[in-house]
Design a protein around this ligand. Structure first.
Ligand code: SF4
Ligand code: SF4
Length: 211
């Protein structure tokens, strides 16, 4: 399973821009940045402890996704601007980068400081910047940030609606069993979502981070 997932991300450079007459020239800075990811020794510790892989074997997993980032962050990979569009599109599909729940386990257990979760989150940004933000994962992240940035807390009732889209009736109906269990166990979030005290400070911080 481990090696199949590594193979799945096509772990080799795929330049699509104009081929230079000489060698590809890249900055020291970008190579130094990549060296933190190429430090991976493929030990599989992150894969063993990934909380998503535990329940969903189809998930690409932290090692393969960190390896994918090694290419999406390489200025030689992808188009003439170093944007790995094709890769990011494929990695954004179900079982890919958006299925990570950001539990941080892979960061904690990695013996080489590769921090796979941080690489996955960086790929989220790359994917959105490349125009691949129209999916559940990207919408979920946007809704999460918007809710916390505006009210200081997560609006758990509207988060799933904003994630799948209000017109996506089949996906919304799929949440019904979870909603029912939450209701019968007294865990249903409040219908009226209130802001935290001193929400202005949160909003100010949010605006600063947005800049
Ligand atoms: S942060 Fe994501 S990839 Fe890492 S262990 Fe958790 S779910 Fe798996
Ligand atoms: S734990 Fe670290 S070194 Fe080991 S496979 Fe995962 S990313 Fe690579």
């Amino acid at each position: 399973m481990f090696w199949n997932k590594i193979r799945e991300i096509e772990p080799y450079l795929q330049p699509q821009g104009e081929i230079p007459e000489g060698e590809y020239v890249v900055s020291n800075e970008s190579m130094l940045h990549l060296s933190a990811v190429t430090a991976c020794i493929l030990c599989g510790a992150c894969v063993s402890d990934c909380t998503v892989l535990e329940v969903d074997k189809s998930f690409l997993g932290p090692a393969a996704l960190a390896k994918a980032y090694r290419f999406t962050a390489d200025p030689r990979d992808g188009d003439e601007h170093g944007v790995s569009r094709d890769r990011l599109k494929v990695l954004g599909q179900p079982s890919g980068m958006w299925d990570c729940t950001r539990c941080n386990m892979c960061v904690q257990v990695c013996p080489k400081g590769v921090a796979p979760m941080d690489r996955i989150m960086a790929m989220h940004d790359q994917a959105i910047e490349a125009g691949y933000g129209n999916n559940n994962g990207a919408r979920h992240a946007d809704a999460f940030i918007e809710s916390v940035g505006h009210t200081g807390r997560l609006d758990e009732l509207r988060l799933p609606v904003k994630t799948v889209g209000i017109t996506n009736i089949p996906a919304l109906l799929a949440f019904a069993p979870v909603g029912w269990r939450a209701m019968t166990h007294g865990k249903l979030p409040p219908l009226i979502h209130k802001s935290v005290e001193d929400v202005q400070t949160i909003r100010k911080l949010y605006r600063r981070l947005e800049q």
